[in-house]
Design a protein around this ligand. Structure first.
Ligand code: SP5
Ligand code: ZN
Length: 341
């Protein structure tokens, strides 16, 4: 399978992540993408292609104009206001307050975020826009007949809503690609999110729609980020009623338990009968992941890929989380090799 990758992901290099009351070096580091790329080449998974530029239209098919404008200008507005550090929100429209868009950058960055760990930096917009191009270029390979493709996106995307960043995500690469399939003639698309964390952005974007089935397997949000979405009673609304599925697991979950959820997810996807499948591929389900609590082992990822292949669908993988950098290449590429086997 072909991989789409851009070294412009390095434009996303933050110095800070708010974690435990201090600013730490971000878990979501540039070395993540480089380690995965090295493993793709070592295993000779297939050709590595640079992304084509797709412009803003496919991004604006998923995200609001005002949010995209905010992301593009956040860093210059932040520095113009004389702030000494990276751009971090510190106030939000909480319950009982008004969700209007303030003029001041401190207000706007809170309006457009749901968490505070994803500091915005000078190159963040360039990297996020390039990651969307990576996803769209891989999507185009499938549209043009490839059975599968790997979008080595960085920064990741599945936490980003139509107008919210957070969880290291700014543009929802998986949702942008899913929408592109529809806009190019697909009738139905399924997005299966196997990152440790709930794909809150993807769920939210398609929650009222039946043309995209969203399924996510993740750590129980009662105990894990993003805490405020991702529970099993969220099944979609209106037209989308019945087209969202959340499968949640507790701390310590091993592969043989997680796999039961994967099986249920695959059965639901098969019943839906989509024209294309997008896999939001996070490997923070790994037993050594520093911020997560599942116990999958490296060899388990081969089984994951094998099961996904059995769906028999054109399949786009978009890279999401995974923070044990030493293992991220092996684990991510194991899913892809399992799929190809
Ligand atoms: C794409 C993705 O995987 N995003 C995950 C974002 C999680 N961000 C906040 C996690 C906070 C967990 N803190 C655990 C600290 C362990 N020292
Ligand atoms: Zn994650």
């Amino acid at each position: 399978m072909k991989t789409v990758f851009s070294p412009l992901h390095h434009r996303r290099t933050a110095k800070t992540e708010l974690d435990g009351g201090i600013l730490v070096e971000p878990y979501e580091s540039p070395s993540r993408a480089e380690t995965i790329l090295a493993r793709v080449m070592e295993r000779e998974l297939g050709p590595v292609l640079a992304p084509d530029s797709h412009g803003l239209d496919p991004i604006l098919a998923v995200h609001t104009d005002d949010y995209v404008h905010f992301l593009e200008h956040c860093w210059s507005d932040w520095t113009a206001a004389g702030k000494p550090g990276e751009a971090i929100p510190a106030i939000w429209p909480g319950r009982g307050m008004r969700a209007r868009i303030p003029q001041d950058i401190d207000g706007r960055i809170g309006y457009y975020s749901f968490s505070a760990e994803s500091s915005i930096t000078e190159g963040t917009w360039d990297a996020a826009r390039t990651a969307a191009d990576v996803a769209l270029t891989a999507q185009a390979l499938i549209r043009d007949g490839d059975r599968a493709a790997f979008a080595l996106c960085r920064p990741p995307g599945h936490h980003a809503h139509a107008d919210l960043f957070g969880g290291y995500c700014f543009l929802n690469n998986a949702a942008i690609a899913a929408q592109a399939f529809l806009d190019q003639g697909a009738r139905r698309v399924a997005v299966l999110d196997i990152d440790f964390h709930h794909g809150n952005g993807t769920q939210s974007i398609f929650y009222g729609r039946s043309d995209v089935l969203t399924v996510s397997l993740h750590g129980n949000p009662d105990l894990a980020f993003p805490h405020f979405l991702g529970f099993p009673d969220e099944e979609g609304e209106g037209e989308g009623e019945g087209y969202n599925l959340n499968l949640v697991y507790p701390p310590g979950t091993p592969f043989d338990v997680w796999q039961i959820g994967l099986e249920e997810a695959c059965k639901r996807i098969r019943a839906y009968g989509p024209d294309a499948l997008v896999i939001a591929l996070g490997v923070d389900t790994f037993e050594e992941d520093p911020i997560s609590f599942f116990k999958l082992k490296s060899t388990d990822y081969l089984r994951v890929g094998e099961r996904l292949r059995q769906l028999g669908l054109p399949t786009l993988f978009t890279m999401e989380g995974g923070y044990d950098v030493d293992a991220i290449g092996t684990n991510a590429v194991n899913v892809l090799e399992g799929f190809e086997a």
